[in-house]
Ligand binder design. Structure first.
Ligand SMILES: Cc1cc2nc3c(=O)[nH]c(=O)nc-3n(C[C@H](O)[C@H](O)[C@H](O)COP(=O)(O)OP(=O)(O)OC[C@H]3O[C@@H](n4cnc5c(N)ncnc54)[C@H](O)[C@@H]3O)c2cc1C
Length: 284
């Protein structure tokens, strides 16, 4: 990795095992893992990287299967890094490292409705924006007004919702025209402003409570997992299809189709990423 001469204050870890940073607790090492000291430091760090360096952002790693061979290039960890969360001109402003649970509870306390569903999603705001995380008919981008992104050079951009194409667990930047023709931008999320209607805090808090209780009752939260593995088909449920195939409890190595929720794969303790990948292929 060639670095330009820009001072950085974050933590750079070499050959860092990514299993520590993913909810499945599997996966090989990252060549480099960078934990920024803040937004300015993240800007400096990205600016310092060689143009050819592969860069990957992660939040809480709750939707990531890192292969056993690990990740080449630099992984930037956002969880617990950019954590500002406040009201801003009637909107909820949340930085990318804030957990979805914190955002949901904060919004409720501010008498704002609409992101209660995020309370049970064990990810960061950055990951939720990247995945358009959602459940019970609600999705992250329903509530987004504007986002702030950072590019490869470390420059920040404020972008409107209209600059993104979003769908079911799908987000991409709309193609932009440039002198070089149409191209996709290489940017990551650093913050978002959420526009949420007024509502009673007690109502939101009650909704959060019952959503969390429902998850506890239906999801295998006592084993490392990454939530639902397959997207639902239109009008149906992946879990029902998997269960109908008799796959509940099916195991490859240390990876098992959960007995409690057929669309979850749990790590029974000694799973490798390869076990999980093979199980996914088998289920498919
Ligand atoms: C028990 C459990 C329940 C779950 N329930 C749900 C659910 O109900 N609904 C749902 O949608 N998901 C669910 N998930 C999956 C997961 O929590 C979400 O997809 C979540 O949004 C991932 O956030 P993260 O911060 O962990 O992202 P990560 O897993 O770290 O990353 C996911 C993707 O987002 C990218 N990314 C992360 N941060 C950024 C950033 N700042 N800028 C750009 N890209 C970024 C990563 O590169 C990666 O491609 C569940 C997972 C678990 C373990």
């Amino acid at each position: 990795m060639v670095q330009r001469q820009t001072p950085t204050d974050g933590k750079l870890l070499l050959n860092e095992p990514l299993a520590r940073y993913t909810s499945w607790r599997v996966g090989g090492k990252a060549d480099r893992l960078y934990i920024p000291a803040g937004l300015q430091d993240l800007q400096n760090f990205l600016h310092s990287l060689d143009d050819n360096e592969a860069v990957h952002f992660i939040g809480l790693g709750s939707n990531l299967l890192v292969r056993d061979g690990g990740v080449r290039g630099t992984v930037v960890l956002m969880h617990n890094v950019l954590t500002d969360l406040h009201m801003n001109g009637g909107l909820v402003y949340a930085e990318a490292g804030v957990t979805c649970a914190k955002l949901a509870k904060f919004a409720a306390r501010q008498h704002r409705h609409g992101v209660e569903f995020m309370a049970g999603i064990p990810g960061t705001v950055g990951g939720a924006l990247a995945m358009n995380a959602g459940c019970h008919g609600a999705e992250t981008w329903d509530a987004v007004a504007t986002v702030m992104t950072i590019d490869r050079q470390g420059a920040l951009h404020q972008r409107n919702k209209a600059e993104f194409v979003t769908g079911y667990r799908h987000v991409e930047m709309a193609e932009i025209s440039s002198e070089a023709g149409n191209k996709k931008l290489d940017e990551w999320f650093v913050a978002a402003w959420f526009t949420l209607p007024d509502g009673a805090a007690s109502e939101s808090e009650q909704k959060i409570k019952s959503l969390l209780a429902m998850r506890l009752a239906t999801q295998p939260l006592n084993w490392p997992n990454a939530g639902s593995v397959f997207r639902n088909p239109p009008g149906g449920y992946a879990a029902r299809l998997i269960e109908a195939c008799g796959l509940k409890g099916y195991q490859i190595g240390g990876a098992q189709v959960s007995e409690k929720h057929a669309n979850f794969i749990v790590n029974l303790g000694n799973a490798t990423a390869s076990d999980i990948e093979q199980l996914i292929a088998h289920m498919r």
